[in-house]
Each structure stands twice: as structure tokens, then as C-alpha cells.
Design a protein. Sequence first.
Length: 229
Amino acid sequence: MEGETEVWLLSELARQCGYHFEAEGVRVIEFAQCGLKPLLRFARRMGIEWHALVDGDEAGKKYANTVRSLLDNHGDSERDRLTALPAPDMEHFMFREGFSPVYHRVASVPKNAQMPIRKVILKAVHHSSKPDLAIEVAMQAGEWGTDSVPPLLKKMFSRVIWLARAGRIRRPAVLSGTEMFSHSLFQFIQQLITTAVFCPFLADHLIDRFTRDALRQQEVAAVEHLAAH
């Protein structure tokens, strides 16, 4: 997800729809500050399933093209890996998907006022903040029920959960020594992305570090094996 505020909003809307990301091992990550390509490459190298949600503005279109370029190289389906908002950003999207009363109320602008959507949203953000506005939208969705959650987001939630469960099925039930190390690294990365925002240099740095450690472990195991025989 591009924006930091949307991380909480998406998790909350998913919960209202019956999808509990934490329990399913799903993490929503904001990538606008670090770039998408390094993060996706890292996920692929670690065997982590992923799905990208991008805005409909120019920056979002570039992110979408980044995802598509990776799909061309790996044969993935676009519906499994990419959701593009048909709006410049999440605020415009939710406004058009039935939540305009929330934005008008927070902005103190009458519903029948002849004012562009962008100005209404800017006024709403100015009167509160993006995080507070996201909370207002989520609370309103909670009052209106799951039918108010945009179908596009519901479809994405379902796809993400499917990917998470499919990824668990593909993992080996019995792990060898090397696989156990990889599994431990995978768990470490899951914990890391819960609290940290990825930076471009982080993936290669961590991979190089843990690869060296793995090689050392293999060397020690080989020496011990020779000594035992």
C-alpha cells in the first residue's frame, strides 16, 4: 500500500469483513517512502506471497507498471498481485464509493455545496488529519455494515487471504537443517515487517548477512560430520 494512513484503514475494513490479517499472517506495508521494486524482489527471494495496492495517479501507475514488469518475468496473474484504485488516492476512492457524507461532515461543507471533490477532501484533512479521517471512514463503515465496504477492496481482501493460505500449504511440513534456517529467517522477516518500513538497502544487507551465517553453519556441520566418522 502506498500511504501510511491506509495501512490501518485497510486492516480495519478487512476485519469488519471477517478477514483477520494478524491471524492469517498478513502484514500491510506502506512502501511510498522506500520504493516498491526492492520490497517485491525481497519478498520473492524470501518466498513471501505479496499483493500490491496502488493509487490511480501518475505515481500509482508507475508502481503498477513495476508490478506488471515482475509478472512478465515470473508468469504470475495480475489479479493475484495487483489492485489499482480507479481514483487518484484512497480518499477520492472512498468518497466516490459512498463515503462522501463523512468527508462533507468533517469538512463542515453542506452535501449540496457546489465544490470539487478534491477541495472537500482537502478541507476535511485540514479540519482533522489523514489518520483521523481514516478513523471516521472506518467507524462509518462499521455503522453501515459490510455492504458499505467497496467491492474492489472486498475482492482484494479475499485474494490476499487466499494467497496467505496457499503460501502456508506450500511450505514443507518437515524441514531439513538448511530449510529450518530459511524458515527461521522467514519468521524473522515477518516480525520485522510488522514494525518497520523497508528501505532499499535493507534486503540485500539482510540477505548477505544471513547467507554468510548459513554458510558458516554448513561448514561447522561438515567438520562435525567428518570428525564423527
